[in-house]
Design a protein around this ligand. Structure first.
Ligand SMILES: [Zn+2]
Length: 201
């Protein structure tokens, strides 16, 4: 068979096209993987529990931003999920949309490409639909501070809370450092101890 130049051109184009299509199909589906089996560049779907979260909270303890979420699976491996700029707000919304909010111990699933950063496996979350809650395990309630004065207060730098307005120790707290709890239970759960003076009255 004699191939004209044009025919060769079309065959080449076809081969390239098939190549591109199969490559894109190949990358389309993330691979279900265990953390211990992942390596840099893998496009994966990881399921595990939240081991820790690096959060920034405002003065009333509402989550302002999420720096990263550390996920661990049953193989003992861990990886960090960093939200990219465009999903930063969506991730805060997603996390706080649950009541109680998504936190340590909850089972989540993340999809993304593995990058190694300072020896740590990392996924940069580009799309909020690539992060989802699989199972709520931690039902610890969320504790927020009162935006208006209550009778239960402390210094945000201290570890003691007061319940008497004129407490000589409570009086020492300077202006902006004062925080107000809704209940004493909240104060205790946030690791504040009741002031001895206030407790004795
Ligand atoms: Zn006191």
């Amino acid at each position: 068979m004699k191939l004209s130049e044009n025919k060769i051109k079309y065959i080449c184009l076809g081969v390239i096209l098939i190549g591109i299509i199969s490559l894109s199909l190949y990358n389309f589906e993330p691979e279900d993987k265990k953390i211990k089996d992942i390596k840099e560049g893998d496009y994966v779907k990881i399921t595990g529990h939240i081991q820790s979260m690096k959060l920034e909270r405002d003065k009333y303890r509402y989550i302002k931003s999420i720096k990263y979420i550390k996920i661990m699976d049953d193989t003992g491996g861990d990886l960090r999920v960093y939200p990219s700029k465009k999903v930063r707000e969506d991730l805060v919304k997603y996390i706080t949309n649950y009541n109680p909010s998504i936190k340590e111990g909850d089972i989540v699933q993340v999809i993304g490409t593995i990058q190694v950063y300072n020896g740590i496996y990392t996924i940069y979350l580009e799309d909020i639909s690539d992060f989802r809650l699989i199972e709520k395990k931690n039902f610890e309630r969320d504790i927020y501070l009162s935006t208006t004065p209550t009778g239960i207060y402390a210094s945000k730098y201290g570890k003691t809370y007061h319940t008497i307005e004129g407490c000589p120790y409570g009086k020492r707290i300077v202006g902006d450092n004062i925080i107000y709890f809704y209940t004493e239970k909240d104060a205790k759960e946030l690791n504040y101890k009741k002031c001895k003076y206030c407790a004795s009255k």
